[in-house]
Design a protein around this ligand. Structure first.
Ligand SMILES: [Zn+2]
Length: 466
């Protein structure tokens, strides 16, 4: 295994950028840039701004201080390809047909990058997972598509991802651009970063787990793991998050130094979370509990206001900064939010809702969001206070009161009348059924990537295709 550490390089790179930035001032009334940052495998509850006690996320927290924090954001799938596919198209995974690892985005799907490119945006992506690569058709609409950081799970890629993203921003700072930046380090294998370590020297860990342990080896040890092992895994996971946060800070600082911050709509989120033995396993993909689908979401709006359009009631105000929205929202909402903000009407049906309709601190509008996975064959509907997880194979329904039972430990379906939850259940079940009917009508089969024997073997070694 090779771990590469090149932290100081970027700082030397940034100095000349700083000088160049001073020479560049853009017309303020031009449409703003759009920066979409997605961290792979990042649970909301391990960030300071979502209540975590450890200093894992000073830079992300700072972004929240100048943006809107969505406290109840849900991904539409608990693994990478369907989640980010849904985010970039505003279509549900079943509608994209993405159900298993070889499923790719079809050519006839319309990605946000394609729409923005039509509207004269320069488009760039820096991705760090094979499943988001050109082979899976995620390069549609991107003029510049950097997948050189899609490496094995033990690679440390945040420094190179940051450097590639800032190079694109510098090269395109004189024109409106859309930049999608995908970080991967919190994903297993979990690695302790010495400069961001949460291991307690006073309580050395003596169990069977190790930093950078190969995931398939870790899975074999699961039956014997206990609370102290879980604590150790969280120490490593938090270290990965703090390391990634440091590089997100470098990315945002780079934008500041290039003079781009005031002209950029910044969206920060994650494709899914991670489970650490809450349901007897470690990883993601196989269920729809909140440790897997409750993701962070921050949107920072610049002061852009197109002169050609009249102010709207939902237009972001300065007073939105540092506020929070508690209404459940979905990652498929980002596509329509960006278009709404830029005054672009989508010319095809999309599934999400613009977040500009959800004003911070207003009364939350009732909203049900949905998530799905074919790895465990589950579908879920989530309202502000409740959640139904529906198991397709058996028809079972698991119903939780998220306020009273945030850990989703007590399935209330057998006690609906006694608990006074019958009406809540029926209402959410009706939404779930409506969505299932929609998926049945709109769902499709995906195009499958053709994998060579060598590629297939590599994916199996990484824990996929099982
Ligand atoms: Zn992922």
């Amino acid at each position: 295994m090779i771990l590469r550490r090149r932290a100081p390089l970027l700082l030397t790179l940034l100095l000349p950028l700083l000088l160049l930035a001073a020479a560049c001032t853009r017309q303020h009334q031009e449409p703003p840039n759009v920066l979409l940052i997605v961290v792979d495998t990042l649970r909301a509850d391990r960030l300071g701004v979502y209540g975590h006690q450890r200093p894992t996320s000073p830079n992300i927290d700072q972004l929240a201080a100048r943006g809107v924090l969505y406290t109840h954001a849900y991904s539409q799938a608990p693994w990478t390809t369907p989640s980010i596919g849904a985010l970039l198209t505003s279509q549900y995974p079943s509608v994209l047909g993405i159900r298993a690892e070889p499923d790719s985005l079809s050519e006839d799907q319309v990605l946000l990058a394609e729409v923005l490119k039509q509207h004269r945006y320069a488009t760039g992506a820096v991705v760090s997972h094979h499943f988001l690569g050109s082979k899976w058709n995620f390069d549609q609409g991107f003029d510049h598509f950097d997948e050189s950081n899609a490496r094995d799970h033990d690679a440390i890629t945040s420094p190179d991802v940051t450097e590639a993203a800032l190079t694109f921003a510098r090269d395109h700072r004189d024109e409106p651009f859309f930049l999608f930046v995908h970080y991967f380090d919190p994903h297993y294998d979990y690695i302790d970063h010495p400069e961001f370590s949460f291991l307690d020297p006073a309580r050395p860990y003596g169990g069977p787990l190790r930093s950078a342990m190969v995931y398939t080896d870790l899975l074999k040890l699961i039956p014997g793991l206990g609370p102290r092992d879980v604590e150790y895994l969280f120490d490593l996971y938090d270290s990965e998050i703090a390391f990634t946060d440091r590089w997100i800070g470098a990315l945002l600082d780079g934008f500041e130094q290039l003079g781009l911050t005031d002209d950029t709509l910044i969206l920060f989120t994650a494709d899914h979370g991670e489970e650490f033995l809450e349901r007897k396993t470690v990883g993601h993909g196989g269920s729809l509990y909140n440790e897997l689908i409750h993701v962070p979401l921050i949107v920072s709006y610049p002061d852009y206001r197109p002169t050609a359009t009249a102010p709207r009631s939902g237009w972001p105000e300065r007073s939105w900064r540092g506020t929070a929205v508690e209404t459940p929202v979905a990652l498929i909402d980002l596509f329509p939010t960006v278009l709404d903000y830029l005054g672009i009407a989508p010319d095809h049906p999309i599934a999400g809702h613009s977040l500009l309709a959800d004003t911070p601190n207003a009364e939350p509008s009732p909203r049900t969001v949905f998530s799905e996975t074919d790895w465990g064959m589950y579908r879920a509907a989530i309202s502000p206070d409740h959640k139904i997880i529906h198991r397709l194979t058996s028809g079972e329904r698991f119903f939780y009161n998220l306020q009273a039972d945030p850990g989703e430990e007590e399935n209330l379906t057998a006690r609906l009348a006694q608990t006074g939850e019958l009406q809540n259940f029926l209402s959410l079940e009706s939404d779930l059924q409506g969505w299932l009917d929609y998926l049945e009508h709109a769902g499709r089969q995906a195009d499958e990537v053709e994998l060579s024997a060598e590629e297939e073997e590599k994916l199996r070694a990484l824990g996929y295709l099982n």
